[in-house]
Ligand binder design. Structure first.
Ligand code: PML
Ligand code: MG
Length: 294
């Protein structure tokens, strides 16, 4: 098996930073939902990214599809496309996708209540919750995720600017087909949903991670999620207003869990989603917390 990763970016000419509908110049503003401000090269704008784990025989066609995706992104043409093909030296760990459900939520204030209830019912303390909300509401987005101890709220990711980049993950062709059918029933068979579900499923499969909170850093993408092995993947529409450049991911860790094996798992251990779970239609918060929806 091989892990194939793609990253497309573009230099921003000095003085031509991106602008939102407001006046503020946002040189670090991400350009796509996969975009995060690139601090190693401040004038380098991330356009798109993708990755997966595939049988070696699919390498040529996947590389071609990643190139097409990088070259035809609505955000414009990249001037650099990096493709990495890495032969896996260990068999990927096989997992099942989390069940996905969409909450009936119509406003950011409603979303705030949902986030708090879902996370506190998962055992996340008030202190940890406030730390996490500050991360995902900061307009200076991290490239990767923050790691927060679930009780003390202590941030423990080794590099606070970079965060943890979840990598070496994918979904089998068969599971992807089944997932597409399942998501189609709810009209949400889109790349962002599938990719976020695969990522959240790898994260939730880590025994030391209790839950995840994600708000997209794409200013136009306003659905986020809370995910955990116990709750599943809970999509929260209207988690933020449009044109807001904040967002990010927070992984809540069991208090005192050893950090380096968790980081190694998230970044380096290959994990493949090989089966899926049913994805029920929209549900109310109390049904999800009481597990009455599966
Ligand atoms: C991102 O890729 O920026 C995160 C998207 C999270 C939500 C995806 C969804 O379920 O709609
Ligand atoms: Mg993103």
């Amino acid at each position: 098996m091989v892990n194939i990763r793609m990253r497309a970016s573009r230099q921003i000419a000095e003085g031509k930073g991106l602008r939102t509908s407001g006046e503020k110049r946002l040189r670090h503003m991400p350009a796509t939902r996969h975009a995060a401000p690139d601090r190693t090269a401040p004038d380098n704008e991330h356009i798109s990214g993708a990755e997966g784990i595939y049988p070696k025989s699919r390498t040529r066609s996947i590389v071609q599809s990643y190139l097409d995706r990088a070259r035809n992104h609505p955000k414009g043409k990249p001037d650099s496309i990096q493709i990495t093909i890495e032969r896996l030296t260990q068999r990927p760990q096989l997992i099942s996708a989390l069940p996905l459900v969409t909450l009936n939520c119509t406003s950011p204030s409603g979303a705030d209540i949902c986030i708090r209830k879902l996370l506190s019912s998962s055992g996340i303390s008030g202190a940890a919750l406030e730390v996490a909300l500050a991360v995902v509401r900061n307009t200076v987005c991290m490239r990767g995720a923050a790691l927060v101890y679930a009780h003390s709220g202590r941030r423990v990711e080794p590099d606070r600017r970079r965060g943890i980049r979840v990598s070496r993950l994918g979904i089998t062709e068969e599971a992807e087909g089944l997932l597409a059918q399942e998501l189609e029933k709810c009209n949400i068979n889109t790349q962002p949903v599938k990719e976020a579900l695969v990522l959240a499923s790898k994260v939730a499969a880590c025994p030391d991670i209790i839950a995840e909170l994600c708000i997209s850093d794409d200013p136009d993408y306003t659905t986020g999620y809370v995910a955990s092995q116990a709750l599943g993947y809970i999509r929260i529409p209207h988690i933020k207003k449009k044109k807001i450049a904040s967002g990010g991911r927070v992984f809540f860790l069991r208090e005192r869990a050893d950090i380096s094996p968790v980081v190694r798992y998230l970044e380096k251990i290959p994990v493949l989603v090989a089966s899926i779970s049913p994805c029920p239609a929209m549900h109310a918060l109390h049904e999800i917390i009481d597990h009455n929806y599966r």
